[in-house]
Design a protein around this ligand. Structure first.
Ligand code: DX5
Ligand code: ZN
Length: 218
């Protein structure tokens, strides 16, 4: 499955751009929330998410929170605004277990996002709470960066840990995914591929998805 990151979309014409992406059959719309604290960038709030949900009632909206601290209010706000999936980073709260549980109580799929240097070992205590794991394949904050090769091992490690615990979470990879890197991510065990510059950064979304799918099949 491919998740188009609107970080690389035409922000002044976002509604039409999302419509084109959905018409091209992108599976998921990835919504990067940045707060100038967790990362050195500032992006979107729940008001925008609510407008997207209103215009696209059937879309799968994937909210990736790069904010600190995570609070109950933030999770409630994005869930009420229409999120389908919500992930946050463990460094952003001492209450990872509680907040993953809350995301599900709010009716969304719950995910934990891991920076390139974050040890995934805490996942073994959290499988019951997790629908997906987001493995960052770049340092978060900006689109258009190159995938960090060591993060492929992280994907493999997370998939192995899950299999050893008899669970099958979705593994989402985020950062530097392109026709050149997507196959290696899939082989390592990922099944949701976030694409910003390799999708919204292209002129033709149908062609962009075709190139990504072809790379996967090779
Ligand atoms: C980076 C974001 C990503 C970003 C990916 O912090 O979490 O979702 O949009 O962009 P590309 O695909 O261009 O690396
Ligand atoms: Zn993201």
């Amino acid at each position: 499955m491919f998740a188009g990151s609107i970080l690389s979309a035409d922000l002044l014409d976002l509604g039409n751009d999302i419509k084109s992406a959905l018409d091209a059959k992108i599976d998921i719309i990835h919504f990067d929330v940045m707060d100038y604290h967790f990362v050195q960038n500032l992006t979107f709030g729940p008001g925008l998410l609510k407008s997207i949900r209103k215009r696209f009632p059937e879309a799968v909206l994937d909210v990736h929170l790069m904010v600190t601290p995570i609070t109950e209010k933030i999770l409630v706000d994005y869930a009420q605004a229409g999120a389908s999936m919500i992930s946050f980073h463990p460094e952003a709260t001492p209450h990872v277990d509680r907040y993953l549980a809350l995301i599900r109580e709010l009716g969304c799929k719950a995910g934990l996002a891991l920076n390139p240097s974050t040890d995934p070992s805490l996942l073994k205590y959290l499988w019951d709470r997790l629908d997906f794991v987001l493995v960052m394949t770049v340092n978060p904050g900006f689109g258009g960066q190159s995938l960090i090769p060591a993060t492929l091992q992280k994907i493999t490690d997370v998939r192995r840990m899950a299999t050893a615990s008899n669970v099958k979470p979705l593994i989402e990879v985020d950062g530097g995914v392109s026709p050149a890197t997507v196959k290696a991510c899939a082989v390592a065990g990922a099944n949701i591929f976030v694409v910003g510059s390799a999708f919204f950064g292209k002129d033709n979304y149908v062609e962009a998805l075709k190139d990504l799918n072809q790379a996967l099949e090779q």
